[in-house]
Design a protein around this ligand. Structure first.
Ligand code: LER
Ligand code: MN
Length: 267
């Protein structure tokens, strides 16, 4: 198992990463000891992929995954009542897949799937999400890229909340679609975090870590010994990736996560 952290590859793509230029976040992650950085990307066309790839290879930083959630704030949603917004979400995800292919990274389908507040009733919204996922997954398969469906808690979306919902959506979408499980969301939606991890075992391809209060692991009441034990039990060899509020500041949050989890992972 390896440890990564979410960074903003384009400015303010996510609030759950340091609000600093990419090279500063990468320098900090390198100094603390992280193995990789997960790139939160607003519009992939704003990213100079070659420059990023070279910078990361110079400090031997892997890119396990690429985040796409900023697109939802820009009005794109796989579940939107307006067909042009759905098509826009699919096109945007394909652009992410293109950079995923260049960086060897999986592409996350989180908030970009949308919610029923985007204008469709639940069954239809879920059907549109399945359709969109299937189309993007087929495109990604041709490029050798994996997609990650992320179950997200009910206060952010009403589509795909529990790990079991995510598993169903991933299985329907294709062989190259797996799960990103996030401890913050599982703490709200799943009866047991360790149980959900064991149930979804072979399809868990990426993990977000944040504590119950969305701060660094160790700052809340999630039992990360139990989480890491469950991941070890299922033979998980991917990344646990910090996606959390940078409190009190980024350097302290980077160190807090790493010093809480690294000893559990090597044990
Ligand atoms: C995205 O990975 C996520 O976990 C969401 O809660 C962000 O809003
Ligand atoms: Mn997450």
């Amino acid at each position: 198992m390896k440890i990564s952290i979410v960074v903003n590859a384009t400015p303010r793509a996510t609030g759950l990463a340091a609000d600093v230029p990419l090279e500063d976040a990468v320098a900090l992650a390198t100094k603390v000891g992280y193995d990789g950085v997960e790139l939160a990307v607003g519009d992939p066309r704003d990213l100079e992929v070659e420059v990023v790839r070279e910078m990361l290879s110079n400090c031997r930083m892997a890119v396990p995954a690429i985040g796409t959630g900023a697109a939802y704030r820009q009005g794109l949603s796989l579940a939107h009542a307006d067909v042009s917004r759905r098509a826009g979400a699919i096109e945007r995800l394909k652009d992410h897949v293109d950079i995923g292919a260049e960086l060897g990274a999986a592409v996350i389908v989180g908030l970009i799937r949308g919610r029923t507040a985007d204008g469709l009733p639940l069954r239809e919204a879920l059907a549109r999400v399945s359709e969109g996922l299937y189309e993007v997954a087929s495109y990604a398969a041709r490029k050798g890229v994996r997609l990650l469906v992320e179950p997200i808690n009910r206060y952010e979306t009403d589509l795909v909340n529990r790990v079991s919902d995510g598993l169903e959506a991933a299985r329907e979408a294709g062989e190259n679609v797996g799960l990103l499980v996030d401890t913050f969301h599982m703490n709200i939606e799943d009866p047991s975090i360790a149980g959900a991890i064991r149930d979804a075992a072979p399809r868990i391809w990426h993990v977000h870590v944040a504590d119950s209060n969305r701060r660094a692991p160790g700052a809340g009441h999630i039992d990360f010994c139990e989480v890491i034990e469950a991941l070890k039990d299922i033979g998980y060899r991917g990344y646990v990736s910090g996606e959390m509020m940078m409190e009190p500041d980024a350097p302290a949050a980077y160190v807090a996560l790493y010093s809480h989890l690294a000893p559990m992972i090597v044990r």
